[in-house]
Design a binder for this molecule. Sequence first.
Ligand SMILES: Nc1ncnc2c1ncn2[C@@H]1O[C@H](COP(=O)(O)OP(=O)(O)OP(=O)(O)O)[C@@H](O)[C@H]1O
Length: 281
Amino acid sequence: MIRDVTANNSAELKTAETVSSIDVALSVHGLRHSYGGDAFVVDGVSLKFPVGSWTAVMGPSGSGKSTLLYCMSGLLRPSEGRVSCSGTDITGLSPDELTRFRREHFGFVFQGYNLLPELTCTQNVMLPTLFGPAPISEAEANEALTSVGLDGYGDRYPDGISGGQSQRVAIARALATHPDVVFADEPTGALDTHTTRAVMDLFGMVVKHGQTLIMVTHDPNVAACADRVVFLVDGRLASVHGRMSASDIALAFATGFASPADATTIPDDEVHISADSHEGE
Ligand SMILES: Nc1ncnc2c1ncn2[C@@H]1O[C@H](COP(=O)(O)OP(=O)(O)OP(=O)(O)O)[C@@H](O)[C@H]1O
């Protein structure tokens, strides 16, 4: 059953608390983005992401998922609205400040891995930190590779490893600086089912360690691993759910995202999430 994350019956309230009463890693208010002209591809999104939560952003092709992710992560400056992280409104930062902030607080995992072929796996993990104030050592990069199951792969080059291993290098690179928030855009889009499962297990570990994960995906099985599923339609929040099964997610797609009886559209700031969503994992 799709769980209504704003359900107001008492049983639900016992296991849920408002995000406003727990630590928030990232907060987005009134986000709108246009690539030019009057059309907003992200149109008035407000959400809060609790520390240590895992959110899947889903919706039809072209609904603005990637644009939302890029605006939230400071890769794209939104046309309107605020994005706050650790008490900083990142939409108010200068380009240099924003680059620094991203480097210190955010990690990124993309479908295409974005590994440089001329560099070894270790060097790829180290690379983003080399331009900042706290470059990581070779040993730290290798430790990050070990944490994603790639012990001994440091000297290999990207063209000598599989797609799944490449994605794990990309995840090691994203995690090496211990970012507060990891943004992932279709992180399993190019992976087979087995490797997808391994990447989801890794993400589960990341979240258990208190990092916050925000992931765009088309895959109901992948989204079913998240604590919360957010559906975007035409740049707007269609509905926000707690943990969903893959079949309920598929049903939501089939019925237009908000039709299932207990799905809900969340008002601006009042997003509820299960307080015990990682228990028993
Ligand atoms: N750089 C850009 N310039 C102009 N329009 C863009 C740009 N990037 C995306 N768009 C448009 O913005 C809309 C939303 O795109 P976006 O990639 O955010 O959607 P999406 O939901 O992630 O799509 P998909 O699931 O197909 O990846 C689309 O109509 C797209 O064509």
